[in-house]
Design a protein around this ligand. Structure first.
Ligand SMILES: *Cc1c(COP(=O)(O)O)cnc(C)c1O
Ligand SMILES: [Zn+2]
Length: 563
């Protein structure tokens, strides 16, 4: 059968047919090769074909290293939603912030793409046994697809992987090998095992099907953005047909081995080559501070990343300490192509971002995915990403194994019924038990603003990162009344309100000895005149500009005033 693709050696340029078990270039012995397709033909034939296909990964089959999609193996992988992050966007001042919700893949992470394409390629080649090393999610995804395909799988897991994830791997029938060592060492053990037995080994960025699978994230984003935002201005070249797809300005992802960014970058590159998008987006790779070899190398403007021998992070998913040539490849491509950057965040910053995503957007994500969001916050604050940019964040994985660590104590209230009480006098026992479900004593904060959306935004920001009992007032009189009755620990006050404005509210609060001592933060939509500032002098604790305030600024102020 004539193949629709071939592999090209990145070192000597040799072009050859693909066979899963041959991993070296036959001319130079190099291990770094990439798939190539007939882009000139696909440029015109592909858009036509796509019109008739469902929105799953296999709609791009002509650009994948599998000859025919296998209906017996698929779990409906790919085709995940691109969600606009309205609340988070409002908090950050980013109107075009999108989340590629890879949690909605068959096993809950974007590793499903890698597993689906690889297992299909192995099945096609008649391979019946395979080996992987993993920090958890790759093993889970591979296990599901290997089970469907009847392929025996060996998963070498670093002992850092949470037990819940290990059990999830095992239930699919995969043979789990727990390696009490770092992830990089577990990879070496797996490689040696595969070599001795002559088995297929997933080698991350050096594995053709793995890189090719990750491209589909880029394809989907470009199609989805095109239909949500319309094609980009620059792309509608004169009176010719506008290019229907659209590249974001930024693709943000948490990075471990770097397979995602390499694949996604290649995907956008191929779309650009076929004229379907007008440029290649910048990529932001985010790592944890305790395991950030790529970030260090990027800051030092070095072509090679120095290995981190013992990663110091609770986030096992991101514990690749030796990225090797993958970093070099990414650095090269960021510098010559659409650009990009690397950033690191602490575990604590990631855990906080988890709370923000859950409470503001209703997305329960795993710590590794939260690393991407924490990185985005940092890059926006530093001005490296502009708030007006079209930004897509890869959101993958689920929270299940980590909840005890990040939630701390006291997250549930208990109702305990003695079986005797419940049996004799069910109502009485229940009521008595419920009366013990007491309200906690959280700081009380009164938010005064005539615009409901403005109040809601402040409430969301506060609820996302702390415990407060919140009161709202939509006008001055209500504010004074609530202040007298509730004695809040803090008042957040808008100045511009009809009838009784913020200045008048302040005067009334300060005249009454009951409310005179309550600290006040004023938020205002416009610059104040010198005279207005004079009026506030000595009356308030701080003054903040409305809109675009980053979460930290307001929260730090609130925290220090409600101590
Ligand atoms: C695998 C994984 C990553 C990192 O992926 P790479 O592209 O291989 O660096 C990030 N987040 C989650 C949840 C993952 O499963
Ligand atoms: Zn070669």
């Amino acid at each position: 059968m004539k193949s629709h693709f071939y592999v090209k050696c990145l070192d000597c340029g040799l072009e050859a047919p693909y066979a899963p078990l041959s991993v070296n270039c036959s001319r130079c012995g190099g291990e770094w090769r990439e798939a190539r397709y007939d882009y000139a033909t696909l440029k015109t034939s592909l858009p036509q074909k796509l019109r008739e296909r469902p929105f799953i990964l296999w709609r791009y089959q002509e650009l994948l290293p599998v000859h025919a999609p296998n209906p017996d193996i698929t779990l409906g992988e790919g085709g995940t939603p691109l969600i606009r992050a309205t609340n988070l966007g409002m908090m950050l001042g980013c109107p075009n912030l999108f989340i590629k919700d890879e949690r909605q893949g068959p096993t809950g992470s974007f590793k499903d793409r890698q597993a689906a394409v690889t297992i299909a390629a192995l099945k096609e080649a008649g391979i019946t046994e395979a080996v992987i090393a993993s920090t958890g999610n790759v093993a889970i995804a591979y296990s599901a697809y290997a089970a469907r395909a009847g392929i025996k799988l060996w998963a070498f897991l670093t002992s850092l992987v949470p037990a819940e994830k290990m059990r999830e791997v095992a239930i699919y029938g995969t043979q789990v090998v727990k390696v009490t060592a770092s992830y990089d060492q577990a990879k070496q053990v797996a490689a040696e095992f595969a070599r001795q037995r002559g088995l297929y080994l997933d080698r991350g960025t050096r594995s053709i099907p793995s890189v090719e699978a990750m491209k589909t994230v880029a394809f989907e984003i470009a199609e989805q953005l095109g239909s949500i935002l319309g094609p980009s201005q620059a792309a509608s070249n004169g009176n010719a047909n506008p290019i229907p797809w659209r590249a974001p300005d930024w693709y943000v992802q948490a990075v471990s081995g770097g397979l995602g960014p390499v694949g996604v970058q290649k995907g956008f590159h191929e779309l650009h080559k076929m004229g379907l998008i007008d440029r290649i987006p910048a990529i932001a790779g985010v790592q944890t501070e305790g395991c950030a070899p790529m970030v260090h190398a990027w800051r030092e403007q070095s072509k090679t990343a120095r290995p981190i021998r013992s990663p110091k992070t609770h986030i096992a998913t991101l514990s690749t300490g030796t990225p090797g040539r993958t970093y070099t490849l990414l650095q090269e491509r960021f510098l010559q192509g659409g650009g990009g950057t690397f950033e690191s965040v602490s575990d604590a910053e990631a855990f906080r971002a988890m709370h923000v995503l859950a409470k503001m957007e209703g997305l329960s994500i795993e710590p590794a995915a939260a690393v991407a969001f924490a990185g985005l916050f940092k890059l926006l604050r530093a001005g490296k990403i502009n708030s007006t940019d079209v930004i897509v964040v890869n959101c993958t994985g689920h929270t299940m194994p980590i909840e005890p660590i990040i939630l701390g104590k006291g997250w549930a209230r208990n109702v305990v019924l003695s079986s005797q009480t419940a049996y004799d006098t069910p109502e009485e026992g229940l009521l008595a038990a419920l009366s013990r479900v007491t309200e906690d004593k959280f700081p009380k904060v009164l938010i005064v603003d005539d615009h409901p959306e403005a109040r809601r935004l402040i409430m969301r920001i506060m609820q996302s990162q702390g415990n407060y009992t919140l009161f709202e007032a939509s006008n001055g009189l209500e504010a004074i009344d609530l202040a007298q009755r509730q004695h809040p620990n803090l008042i957040i006050l808008d100045l511009m309100m009809p009838e009784m404005d913020g200045f008048a509210v302040l005067d009334a609060l300060k005249e009454n000895p009951d409310t005179a001592d309550i600290p006040v933060i004023v938020v205002t939509a416009r610059e104040l005149t010198a005279q207005e500032k004079q009026r506030l002098h000595g009356q308030i604790e701080s003054l903040m500009q409305k809109g675009g305030f980053m979460d930290d600024e307001l929260l730090n102020e609130i925290r220090s005033l409600t101590k």
